[in-house]
Design a protein around this ligand. Structure first.
Ligand SMILES: [Zn+2]
Length: 56
């Protein structure tokens, strides 16, 4: 099972988006929300409450 690069949740096969960066590193995202937070807003999932990586 693939996990979302941002929130850490499982990505169901056939859903989500795959993003390949210029340096060929691949990111799987469960949805546009996670893609936007990672790539555009450059948020850290550890500090983002709704992710499963969030630590208090
Ligand atoms: Zn996600």
């Amino acid at each position: 099972m693939v996990k979302c690069a941002f929130c850490g949740n499982d990505v169901e096969p056939g859903t989500g988006t795959l993003y390949i960066r210029d340096d060929a590193k691949m990111f799987n995202f469960c949805g546009l929300k996670c893609k936007k937070n990672q790539l555009k807003l450059k948020r850290n999932p550890v500090h983002t409450k709704w992710t499963s990586k969030y630590k208090k």
